[in-house]
Design a protein around this ligand. Sequence first.
Ligand code: SAM
Length: 372
Amino acid sequence: MNGSQILPDTELRLHLAREGFVPWLKDELARVFPGSQHLVRSPPWIESRLTPAEAAQVPSVAFSAQCLPNAVPVSAASVSAWANAAFQWLLPQLDDGTTLRPWRLHVLSAGDTQDCVPTGRLRLIDQALRQVVKERRRRLWKLLVADPLAPWNDAAGDGTAGSGGESLVQLALATPETGWLSLSHGEERKKLRRCLSRFPAGIIEIANDPSAPSQAHAKLREVQWHLNREILPGETCVDLGGSPGGWSHVALRQGASVVAIDRSPLREDLMSDPKLTFLKQDAFAFAPDTPVDWLLCDVIAFPQRTLELLERWLDHGWCRWFCVTIKFRGADDYPLLETFKAMLSARGSEYSLRQLHSNRNEVTAFGRASPP
Ligand SMILES: C[S@@+](CC[C@H](N)C(=O)[O-])C[C@H]1O[C@@H](n2cnc3c(N)ncnc32)[C@H](O)[C@@H]1O
């Protein structure tokens, strides 16, 4: 381990930005943690040195694809040195002789280009670390959880559902010989559920679906993975701005019924689906007769209008779950994210705001509305 400067009592936490979003993640971190320092030393990762009070928060950081809490700088010269250093570090934290914790392992590149740390090296370190654990602490190796996991429908809706509360070990290499180790147990993961993903680097790759009428289907599929909750057969959905029908297609395929609202019709086959009702009207003027299971909204609108729409749906108790895209015109809109967070927190929603892997200049708000 090297002795890089860590101020006493501060937590070193790293957040990962999507390509092109480092400055905007840094700005967001400054808004969320105004009393702490944020440095871009190894883009696209941003190092934050959080004061104890700010480290204790339950933060929402929409532009964070992944985070490394309680990060420890590490240097190692070879694959086996990495595996040994990581093993020595994680062993007492995962198996202290009395408590034995299930865990998952993500070995990531923290470099700014693919070439910084070749994928082959990451894979070798991953394999070597698993092998060291298998040889030296077999009972811990048996508790290593396979990733990715598909824990459909056992959702607690709090970001830890289906994870069994296991610990997450992350090893991120900034260069072939330097990087960070991070470990977060179940409680910590729950606290950081709005910026720490159970998916490696926060990435969920959604396979192309040639039968879908638009690429937008990937957003709703990705959200269901993040939520650990899918749209179920028999559930009811309202799909605002539904044309040409990517989201409706997903919901119908999963056995739900859909009321789709748009100025333009959806693709023909969807329009003739008996479980779809199409209403040609203004999405902002629509109010359901009875509450529905899901509010889906991908309307292109000013973020402030989307905020008011979601607020109205939550205040009226019109939905149990929501998935709403916030479309930005430019960077000037990003500070409005804080208004979204405040609105959702004030309503007791179990929410996430996340720039999805399939989002462009957008952030998606998704979650569970508070019980009535
Ligand atoms: C990005 S597209 C939605 C894509 C859709 N989610 C899919 O999966 O195919 C946005 C849609 O919002 C619709 N839209 C924009 N403003 C609207 C409004 N005020 N009322 C209804 N629909 C609106 C547009 O006509 C457009 O079809």
